[in-house]
Design a protein around this ligand. Structure first.
Ligand code: SF4
Length: 330
């Protein structure tokens, strides 16, 4: 389905429904905004269902195979692929489809798949197994039963991860960053990324707390190195956004700017998705500010101007960075 999400071209929902895991889920867009509308419609997979009723939709698996133009595809905007109610066998099918889309027409690169989870423990555990045979079978079967591109052998012979699956974790605060990013970095992926949305407090990606000592997730090394060191996996992309919706919590401008500056210093691509409901008061003249709900968050002020007016400029600039080794799909 085409989408307004800034960092993707399409959403693909082979799984729908989810349950909350942390404070970032509090005003989950899928549950509180999309689901009420979808579940009240007739004859859809959502009709009269509770959001917490997690279901896998085998009939949707083939959708990306049918999309001919290469695109970035957000996997499960209405769920979490690694939810505990999704069987391993269904995750195999999803990975199989992603392998089936390895190549597009005329041997051009195929789709990019953007997987985002708040359950990286299961992702890491799942990907630490050798599932290639399952993926290869699923790739052929969901690719139409034929295998003109030799995908079966390409999966079986693959020594590394699929080159166009980007694995990401959502991070709303430092606790989530400390818990989820190490698990992400232990998961094999061509691109590893963080979606800091809704960003609910200051987060330092250069100092992830680990039992064995703090870790710089942007440079892949111990804290304090000034250059990027490739001796351990590190983050390839960071997306930041504020919260939307009627009960949206403000994002302090300095939290977003802090992540922008950390990424710039480490040479990691940064995308500023949106402010959400609340914006940086400094971007609005004082006479305008008086018309809106304002909230001081320690150092400076946020004002509630609504998502549209808040926009997606940070200090007057649009930030649309993408991972260096994948670039644009166009
Ligand atoms: S994990 Fe994602 S989809 Fe699931 S409840 Fe939380 S925010 Fe919503």
């Amino acid at each position: 389905m085409p989408t307004g999400i800034e960092w993707t071209d399409e959403t693909w929902n082979p799984v729908t429904g989810c349950t909350k895991v942390s404070s970032g889920c509090k005003h989950c867009y899928a549950k509180h905004q999309a689901w009420p509308r979808l579940s009240s419609m007739q004859n859809t997979v959502y009709t009269s269902r509770e959001f917490e009723d997690v279901r896998c939709h085998a009939e949707r698996l083939v959708q990306p195979v049918r999309w001919t133009r290469q695109r970035r595809i957000f996997v499960n905007s209405m769920s979490d692929l690694f939810h505990e109610d999704v069987p391993d066998e269904f995750i195999d099918s999803v990975f199989g489809v992603m392998w089936a889309c390895l190549w597009g027409r005329d041997e051009q690169p195929g789709h990019i798949f953007q997987v985002l989870t708040k359950r990286p423990q299961r992702m890491r555990d799942y990907l630490s197994q050798d599932r290639r045979e399952h993926w290869a079978h699923a790739a052929v079967s969901h690719g139409g039963g034929m295998d003109p591109d030799g995908i079966y052998d390409q999966v079986m012979d693959a020594e590394g991860p699929h080159p166009r699956i980007w694995l990401g974790v959502s991070v709303e605060d430092q606790v989530a960053a400390d818990e989820r990013i190490p698990l992400l970095l232990q998961s094999p992926a061509a691109v590893r990324w963080v979606s800091a949305e809704p960003l609910l407090e200051r987060v330092d990606l250069t100092s992830i707390r680990l039992a064995g000592g703090d870790f710089d997730a942007l440079r892949g090394g111990d804290v304090g190195h000034s250059v990027r060191i490739e001796r351990r996996p590190s983050l390839d992309w960071v997306v930041v956004g504020g919260e939307s919706g009627p009960n949206a919590r403000p994002m302090h401008p300095d939290w977003a700017k802090g992540l922008r500056d950390q990424c710039a210093a480490a040479g990691v691509p940064f995308l500023f998705k949106q402010w959400g409901e609340w914006a940086d008061a400094e971007d609005f003249p004082s006479e305008v500010q008086e018309d809106y709900d304002a909230r001081g968050l320690t150092e400076s002020m946020c004002i509630r101007v609504g998502k549209r007016a808040a926009g997606r400029l940070l200090d007057g600039m649009q930030h649309d960075g993408y991972p260096a080794n994948q670039g644009s799909t166009s």
